[in-house]
Design a protein around this ligand. Structure first.
Ligand SMILES: Cc1cc2nc3c(=O)[nH]c(=O)nc-3n(C[C@H](O)[C@H](O)[C@H](O)COP(=O)(O)OP(=O)(O)OC[C@H]3O[C@@H](n4cnc5c(N)ncnc54)[C@H](O)[C@@H]3O)c2cc1C
Length: 422
């Protein structure tokens, strides 16, 4: 388990420890569970805000911003579950008494119960929107940000109505955790654009390969060291304020960066096409720790790329200095051969890097790639001594990492880069 997850679990358990220390156990198990739910909900919601900030510390603690976002998502959904359970368990503890239920579930009967109810409704509405509707990302982002209102409402509700909050250590701890959550949120929404670590670049070249827009960006100022496998949140002021994450697909010696951007939605298929050479780019980052351990004597390495997930591997191979891995085998799964626009580049890398070989897997012809197919292609390495790096769409990442694990590759040897932060 990474340090970040351990800290998150500690925050939740410590909150429960303080709650149970002062708890009146005579109130019955349903009310005990109800109170437990409410405190878990507050701590998970607060921590979910903390984990959404894009700072180096979070990245180091979770071994990658993408992993922190996965925990952020789990916490957000857990807070919804526990927020819902709180009034339901409480109503059950009163034998579903209609008068009591009306206080819990009908707004306006009591101010502080109404605040709690509003908090639950806010979270339900926003998480339901995320899960059920495939909104455009920017619309989703604006609605998602409203989530912050749930936290102060829940805190006011629990301070006023939760008898345990009279126990000062619990009260101070809960207020502290939620203030950290709210400050993190305020930083991300109000300050990150202005004070987040960023560098100015200019567009030096634009070209198109199939449905990929390739952009070469040259630095206008000194930028922090960039490692292969890292990504930036990129903003092009000439086409608006949106910021999108893209991995570097090649790092040139003068720190010019190549990005390979697949056309997928309105930003990448339309707005981006209005850019011209000489336009400015602001790059926030770099982030990412995909290849953090790649130089520590890993002899046999499989790189598995799905579609545009090839970009971090291209950056790695293009910067490869011959140290570290001995045998790198890359398998790139694409729907059809027209999508394999970097085949020529891979061919050249195969010639220049000793021990590197690649295969293209056409999923329209061969079906979905499985771990077994990779072993069939490359033969059996000693499985405990094999490292697997996977980057592609979410479903490919999940399916293949589970597949490799079930075929005997230790979880610690399977590294996955997620191309989604939602
Ligand atoms: C760490 C990381 C590295 C990535 N590297 C590359 C890359 O090298 N090349 C490439 O083509 N794509 C990459 N992506 C994916 C890329 O960010 C999305 O395809 C792009 O933002 C889609 O924007 P859109 O509006 O055109 O499409 P939409 O259809 O609006 O979005 C498609 C999906 O992209 C994600 N997304 C959209 N906008 C944002 C945003 N502002 N911030 C975060 N996520 C967003 C959401 O999950 C959304 O569901 C990467 C993503 C991540 C998280």
């Amino acid at each position: 388990m990474c340090k970040g997850s351990a800290i998150t679990i500690f925050v939740i358990l410590f909150t429960l420890f303080l709650l149970y220390y002062e708890m009146d156990y005579e109130i019955g198990w349903l009310r005990i569970l109800s109170k437990t739910s409410s405190f878990i909900a507050i701590s998970t919601l607060s921590m979910s805000f903390v984990l959404s900030i894009r700072i180096r510390l979070i990245e180091v603690l979770f071994k990658g911003l993408d992993r922190a976002y996965i925990v952020h998502q789990i916490l957000g959904r857990s807070s919804l579950f526990f927020m819902l359970m709180h009034p339901i368990l409480l109503a059950a503890s009163y034998g579903w008494d209609k008068d009591i239920m009306s206080i819990y579930f009908i707004p306006g009967k009591s101010l502080y119960h109404t605040l709690g109810l509003l908090s639950v409704i806010t979270v339900i509405a926003l998480v339901a929107l995320t899960i059920c509707f495939n909104y455009k990302y920017d619309i989703w982002l604006y609605t998602h940000r409203l989530m912050i209102f749930a936290l102060p409402l829940a805190i006011l509700h629990s301070i006023e109505l939760g008898s345990e909050m009279e126990y000062e250590p619990l009260q101070y701890w809960v207020i502290f955790v939620s203030i950290v959550g709210m400050i993190s949120y305020a930083y991300k929404v109000l300050l990150y654009n202005r004070i987040g670590s960023k560098s100015q670049f200019t567009i030096e070249g634009i070209s198109y390969r199939g449905d990929i827009t390739e952009m070469s960006l040259g630095p206008l100022e000194k930028c922090s060291d960039i490692k292969p496998g890292q990504f930036f949140f990129v903003r092009f002021p000439d086409i608006g304020g949106e910021m999108h994450p893209f991995s570097v697909s090649k790092i040139d010696k003068k720190q010019s960066l190549r990005f390979s951007i697949k056309r997928s939605g309105d930003y990448t298929s339309e707005k981006l096409l209005n850019l011209n050479i000489g336009d400015r780019a602001t790059l926030y980052g770099p982030y990412g720790m995909f290849f953090e351990d790649a130089h520590s004597g890993q002899e046999n390495v499989y790189f598995v790329a799905g579609g545009i997930g090839i970009t971090p591997f291209l950056a790695y191979l293009n910067s490869f200095d011959g140290k570290g891995n001995k045998n790198i085998r890359l398998i790139w799964t694409v729907s059809n051969i027209e999508e394999a626009v970097y085949e020529q580049e891979l061919e050249e890398l195969q010639t220049s890097i000793e021990g590197f070989s690649y295969e293209i897997w056409l999923s329209k012809i061969n079906g979905r790639l499985r771990a077994k197919d990779v072993f069939d292609l490359y033969g059996e390495d000693e499985r405990g001594n094999l490292w697997v790096y996977i980057c592609g769409p979410g479903n490919l990442n999940h399916a293949l990492s589970a597949d490799f694990y079930s075929m005997g590759i230790p979880a610690s040897n399977i590294k996955v880069e997620y191309f989604t932060l939602k």
